[in-house]
Design a protein around this ligand. Sequence first.
Ligand SMILES: Cc1cc2nc3c(=O)[nH]c(=O)nc-3n(C[C@H](O)[C@H](O)[C@H](O)COP(=O)(O)O)c2cc1C
Length: 247
Amino acid sequence: MFDTVKNRRTIRKYLLKDIAPEMLNDLLETSFRASTMGGMQLYSVIVTRNAEMKEKLSPAHFNQPMVKNAPVVLTFCADFRRFSKWCEQRNAVPGYNNLMSFMNASMDTLLAAQTFCTLAEEAGLGICYLGTTTYNPQMIIDTLQLPELVFPITTITVGYPDDIPSQVDRLPLDAVVHQEVFHDYTSEDIDRIYSYKESLPENKQFIEENKKETLPQVFTDVRYTKKDNEFMSENLLKVLRKQGFIE
Ligand SMILES: Cc1cc2nc3c(=O)[nH]c(=O)nc-3n(C[C@H](O)[C@H](O)[C@H](O)COP(=O)(O)O)c2cc1C
């Protein structure tokens, strides 16, 4: 049971084979069956197939090669604009230019995005999420001409897999699941939970390559630093204001 999900891995290399528009539309339409707050469908998806548009999007994603190499790039956006316009056209006053509404639209957007990914993988396609979407939102907003109350949440590159990489580990079930109430982690729990990850040769190599002492240091000092996160948080708030989601 659940073999497709159990065997899945992120795919970053794609064949030069296109995805038929009918198939893509079918996958998208089916993914919009995902749960959605109040049935409002607070998202829009921008489909990029055009090479010139991929070229323009590429720097926003730090030139990750998947953007130019995938046949299809999908930018999933939180969208309270469509619904707000409907309200205004029907003598209703929308109150959705606030953080709560951004959260609600973001949740809707990610549910649709992940449902799309699961369906696409079931159909034999490979996907990669691009977290860079929220690192450089303004570049994406400009390129895709996103108006007020529309905000890029995530990007998914999709295509037929070329390379099938090995699977990435996951934490043991009891590290993540708590029965009835949250059970805080003792230092012994932390040692046990992360021991498999720390034992992997690729992670030991990762520590060496980055000249660090421990695996978490690779995250805190190199990959996801406080300085970068603070800078990007400020930027995110600035762009959220500009898009009219917060005052
Ligand atoms: C929110 C999010 C952002 C991600 N951003 C990137 C990215 O920018 N580039 C990339 O190559 N992979 C990205 N990934 C994929 C993860 O690296 C990948 O899911 C993780 O390493 C686990 O591997 P697996 O999906 O093969 O199990 C992202 C995944 C998520 C959920």
